[in-house]
Unconditional design. Structure first.
Lengths: 310, 189
C-alpha cells in the first residue's frame, strides 16, 4: 500500500458514488449555464435546466421499438454510469481511496476500453440505422484516441515507477507531472473528452445522424446515458488531477478540498471545450491521431524515460 | 482460500462456462460476441483472484477491445448481412460437439489427474515488475520476433482495406494543396 493513502471501507464507496453524482450534476449545470449565456437567456435558468430535463425524462414513457435487442441495449445504457463509478474507485480523494489497486492506472485504462463495447451496444440495441451508425462512428473514433490515451497514461506511471495511483500522486511531491509532461496531459484530456462522446469527439451522437446513439433513447434510458457521459467526464477529470496535477497537494486547505477544486476546474475546461471546437469526423481524426498525436506522445515518453533514467 | 474467495471463484467459474455455452445458443452475432466477452472477463477476474493483478486487468482490457472490434468485422464480412437477422451460431453440429467435448474432457481430465509437483521457490514480491523484466529481458527475443510480424500484418491489412490512402488524396508526391475528395478525377476508389 502506498504511503499516506488510506483505503476506505464500504461507507467510502457510498461517499464516492454520491460525490461522483454531485460532480456530474455540477458539470451538467455548468454546461447548461454556458449554453444559456451564449443564447442570451438567464444563466440560472440554464444551470437548472438539467434538473428539469432529468425530471421530464423520469416521467417520460419509454419508446418501444420493433425487434430491439433490449438486453444488450440496456447493458450499454446502464454500463456507462457503472464504468464511471469503477473508474472513480481508483481515484484518490486527498488521502482516501476506495480501492488502492497495485495496477490502478491499468484498471482505469481497462474501464475506458469498456466504453468501446458499451457505446456500440447502445447503438446496436436500438435496431435503428442512425443509432447503429453512431455506434460504428464511436469505434472508428476509438481506434484513433485509444493508443495516444494509453501512452499518455504510461508517462506518469514511468515517472513514478509504479502503476499504483497513490504512488503516482506521491511522486509529484516536488513537481507536478503536468509541468514536464504537458503533451501527455493534453492528450489524456482529449482522450477523456473522446471516451465521453463529448464536444469535438461527439460524432457518435452527432446531430447529422439524428443524435446517433442517442437517437432512439427515451425516458429513463436517455437520462442514464446523458448522466453517464457527464459521469465519465467527471471520472476522467478526477484521474487527470491524480495523474498530472499533484492529486490533493496544495496550500492552506485539506487535501480532499484541493482534489475537488482541481477536479472541478479540469472538468469545467473539458465541458467548455464543447462550445469552442467543432465536431471532428472520426475518419479525419484518424490521420491526425496516428501521424501527429501518436508520435508526439511517444516523444513525450522518450523524454520522461530519459529524465527518469538520468 | 477463504470461503468468500471460494464462493467468488465458483461464481466466476460458472459465469465463464455459462457465457461460453451461451455463445453457441444465442441467435444473434452481437449477443454471441458479447457472451464471449463476458466469459473472458470472468476468466480475467479469476486471474485477479490468483493475485495476478496486471495479467487479470490486461486480459479484461484486451478481450473487451477485441470483442468490440470483432463484432464489427463479423457483421461487416457476413455475406448479404444475415448478421443483422436472427441466425444459428453453429454449423456441423455433431462434429463440433464431439470435438468440443473431446477437448474439454482431455484438458479437464488432465488438469485433475496429473500429479502436480509441489511448489519450488517463492513467487516474486512484485509480480507486475517481474513480468516486465521477463518480457524485456530473457524473453526479449520472442517479443522482438513476434512484434514486427504482428505489426507487418496490421499494416498490410490496413493497406489492403484502405480504399483511399494519402497518395490518392495528395497526389504521388504528396504535394497537392487541397486533398482530392472521393470520386474526383484521378481517384481510383
Amino acid at each position: 500500500m502506498a504511503e499516506g493513502i488510506i483505503q476506505v471501507g464500504p461507507l467510502g464507496t457510498v461517499t464516492a458514488t454520491v460525490l461522483l453524482g454531485i460532480v456530474a450534476v455540477l458539470a451538467a449545470a455548468f454546461d447548461g449555464a454556458v449554453g444559456a449565456r451564449l443564447q442570451g437567456r438567464r444563466t440560472l435558468s440554464g444551470a437548472a435546466a438539467p434538473v428539469w430535463e432529468g425530471a421530464r425524462l423520469l416521467r417520460q414513457r419509454r419508446r418501444t421499438i420493433v425487434a430491439a435487442d433490449s438486453l444488450l441495449w440496456r447493458i450499454g445504457v446502464v454500463g456507462l454510469l457503472v464504468v464511471a463509478l469503477l473508474k472513480v474507485a481508483v481515484v484518490p480523494l486527498g488521502a482516501w481511496t476506495v480501492a488502492d489497486l497495485s495496477v490502478g492506472v491499468v484498471w482505469f485504462n481497462a474501464m475506458d476500453v469498456m466504453v468501446w463495447a458499451l457505446v456500440w451496444l447502445v447503438g446496436w440495441g436500438a435496431n435503428s440505422a442512425h443509432a447503429l451508425i453512431g455506434g460504428y462512428r464511436f469505434l472508428a473514433q476509438a481506434l484513433s484516441y485509444e493508443l495516444p490515451l494509453m501512452f499518455a497514461l504510461t508517462g506518469p506511471a514511468i515517472a513514478a515507477g509504479s502503476l499504483r495511483v497513490g504512488d503516482v500522486v506521491a511522486a509529484q511531491d516536488e513537481l507536478w507531472f503536468v509541468v514536464w509532461m504537458p503533451v501527455a496531459f493534453l492528450v489524456f484530456c482529449a482522450g477523456v473528452v473522446a471516451f465521453s462522446v463529448w464536444g469535438p469527439f461527439g460524432a457518435a451522437a452527432g446531430k447529422d445522424i439524428a443524435g446517433g446513439v442517442l437517437a432512439e433513447l427515451s425516458g429513463v434510458d436517455r437520462l442514464l446515458l446523458l448522466a453517464g457521459r457527464y459521469a465519465l467526464l467527471s471520472a476522467g477529470a478526477g484521474f487527470a488531477v491524480a495523474l498530472f496535477l499533484g492529486g490533493g497537494s496544495g496550500p492552506f486547505a485539506p487535501s480532499w478540498v484541493w482534489t475537488l477544486v482541481k477536479t472541478l476546474a479540469v472538468l469545467a475546461a473539458l465541458v467548455g471545450v464543447r462550445r469552442l471546437l467543432p465536431v471532428v469526423r472520426p475518419d479525419r481524426l484518424a490521420e491526425v491521431a496516428w501521424i501527429v498525436v501518436l508520435p508526439a506522445v511517444l516523444l513525450q515518453l522518450l523524454l520522461v524515460s530519459f529524465v527518469v533514467v538520468q | 482460500m477463504s470461503p468468500v474467495l471460494d464462493a467468488v471463484f465458483w461464481v466466476l467459474a460458472v459465469i465463464s462456462v455459462a457465457a461460453g455455452i451461451a455463445v453457441f445458443r444465442v441467435d444473434s452475432m452481437a449477443r454471441a460476441t458479447y457472451a464471449l466477452a463476458v466469459s473472458f472477463v470472468a476468466v480475467g477476474a479469476i486471474l485477479l483472484l490468483l493475485n495476478l493483478e496486471y495479467i487479470g486487468v490486461i486480459t479484461i482490457l484486451m478481450m473487451v477491445m477485441e470483442m468490440a472490434v470483432m463484432a464489427i468485422f463479423m457483421i461487416m464480412f457476413m455475406g448479404m448481412n444475415p448478421a443483422l437477422m436472427p441466425m444459428s451460431m453453429v454449423h456441423n453440429k455433431v462434429g463440433s460437439l464431439v470435438l468440443a467435448l473431446g477437448v474439454f474432457v482431455v484438458l479437464a481430465g488432465g488438469a485433475l489427474l496429473v500429479d502436480w509437483p509441489a511448489r519450488r521457490g517463492e513467487p516474486a514480491g512484485d509480480l507486475t515488475r517481474s513480468l516486465g523484466e521477463a518480457v524485456m529481458g530473457s524473453k526479449m527475443l520472442v517479443m522482438l520476433t513476434v512484434s514486427p510480424l504482428l505489426f507487418a500484418t496490421l499494416v498490410a491489412a490496413l493497406v489492403l482495406a484502405t480504399p483511399r490512402g494519402r497518395y490518392d488524396r495528395f497526389g504521388d508526391d504528396l504535394r497537392a494543396a487541397t486533398p482530392r475528395g472521393p470520386g474526383e478525377q484521378g481517384d481510383q476508389a
